[in-house]
Design a protein around this ligand. Structure first.
Ligand code: C5P
Length: 408
């Protein structure tokens, strides 16, 4: 079941290390190639010699090892693998993983990897129950790390029992198999393969003069999450992003813009597409005549007055242009009142197919926050979604888009 799979086994320092030796055998019996990375701590319990004898490969222990760096190097070790298993994972190693610390080879590999990671914790029950450990586990789960165990039972220390025993090697093998299977199913599924999607995200900045601008509180988290989810679903994604403090999502073509007019131009260039999702909080107005020089106080005590003009509405422009309009056009409605009414109005006025409506009143914490509560408004009705992570909203929306396209 693991035939041909490449697995990197990270062994950190706990008494459960002795089970890692058996784990290597069980993985290899099933056809996996195992390369081991050992922390200094783990070498106090078991030797690289024993580990190497079982993996039949070099054992990797040093971050700054010239020979190993020339041979595979920590980056390739992190990437040229189908799965990384951390067993045992001590509380200390998990804390480092959760905080992005890379002060040895094991943690550098874990920070550098974009492959699935399966963590098998092993520690004293008091360490497992410590709020710091629980926080780190939560963080790692949110980061997409997978867990197997720990189990409940006797500890190696006499008289100690509880939750903290490392899962048995065969349990870890089963979890690894399930993870690799679900990964390859997801790979095969790619429900948006062959589809093009254009997404807008973030705020726009509208200049007043060379140093000042008008902005809004949009973080871009929701739009960027949709771009990432669409790319993960196999779509060819162009993300037109206003100024945000977020990294470019992986596997996405990102066009960075500042103003609404730049955003419209970039969207027009990126179209045609199968789907457009306009999640950006585009400024409705800009200053009529942007000053070429910084506006100064004139000593009169009277503030300058700014004249505004309306920005182009990107969603409405695309919605009303038959040549540009994709098969599915999705807009957002961030409202502080009358959410549904306003969303329904936008649906018809801007000729969108769906409006993802949310209440962004200050008390909801949605603007800039990590969670979102949305309703999908379309001609066929209103769908209420429970409150969830912006990433979950993105995944669900992408799934809904894929289902819709299949039916067209
Ligand atoms: O009218 P309102 O700004 O609330 O509309 C929100 C929807 O319209 C969002 O999908 C937003 O991205 C889009 N929009 C746009 N261009 C504008 C204003 C809004 O594309 N100038």
């Amino acid at each position: 079941m693991l035939t041909g799979k490449r697995i990197v086994l990270v062994i950190s320092g706990g008494i459960a290390c002795y089970k890692s030796l058996d784990l290597i055998r069980r993985l290899r019996e099933r056809g996996a190639r195992v390369r081991a990375v050992m922390t200094a701590g783990s070498q106090k319990f078991i030797t690289p010699l024993a580990v190497g004898a079982l993996t039949a490969d070099k054992v990797y222990t040093e971050l700054f090892d010239r020979e190993a760096e020339q041979d595979v190097g920590h980056i390739r070790l992190a990437r040229d693998t189908d799965l990384i298993i951390v067993a045992p994972a001590t509380a200390n190693l998990m804390a480092k993983m959760a905080h992005g610390i890379a002060d040895d080879l094991a943690t550098a590999v874990l920070l550098a990897t974009d492959r699935p990671v399966l963590v098998a914790p092993a520690m004293n029950p008091k360490m497992w129950a410590n709020p710091a450990t629980l926080r780190n586990v939560e963080t790692l789960k949110r980061d997409g790390r997978h867990f197997v165990g720990p189990n409940r039972g006797e500890m190696a220390e006499s008289g100690e029992a509880g939750l903290g025993r490392m899962s048995e090697p065969l349990e870890i093998v089963a979890a690894a198999g399930a993870l690799l299977r679900s990964g390859s199913q997801a790979e095969a599924a790619k429900p948006l393969a062959g589809r093009r999607i254009v997404i807008t995200s973030g705020p726009t900045h509208e200049p007043i003069d060379p140093v000042r601008y008008i902005a809004n509180r949009s973080s871009g988290k929701q739009g960027h999450a949709i771009a990432a989810a669409a790319a993960a679903a196999g779509a060819e994604v162009t993300l037109v992003a206003g100024p945000v403090n977020l990294p470019d999502p992986q596997g996405v073509t990102v066009v960075h813009v500042e103003t609404a007019r730049e955003m419209l131009a970039a969207v027009k260039t990126a179209l045609p597409a199968d789907v457009a999702v306009m999640a950006a909080a585009v400024a409705d107005w800009r200053v009529a005549s942007e000053g070429g020089q910084k506006i100064k106080k004139d000593g009169s005590g009277k503030p300058p007055s700014l004249e505004f003009v309306e920005n182009p509405d990107i969603l409405a422009t695309v919605g009303h242009d038959e040549a540009l309009r994709p098969k599915l056009l999705v807009g957002f409605a961030a409202e502080t009142q009358n959410v549904l009414e306003n969303a329904q109005g936008k649906l018809t006025r801007k000729r969108a197919d769906w409006i993802v409506a949310n209440d962004v009143s200050a008390t909801t914490g949605i603007m800039g926050g990590d969670a979102n509560t949305v309703r999908i408004v379309s001609a066929s009705g209103i769908e209420d979604w429970p409150s969830m992570d912006k990433q979950e909203v993105a995944v669900r929306l992408v799934q809904r888009i894929a289902d819709h396209l299949k039916r067209l």
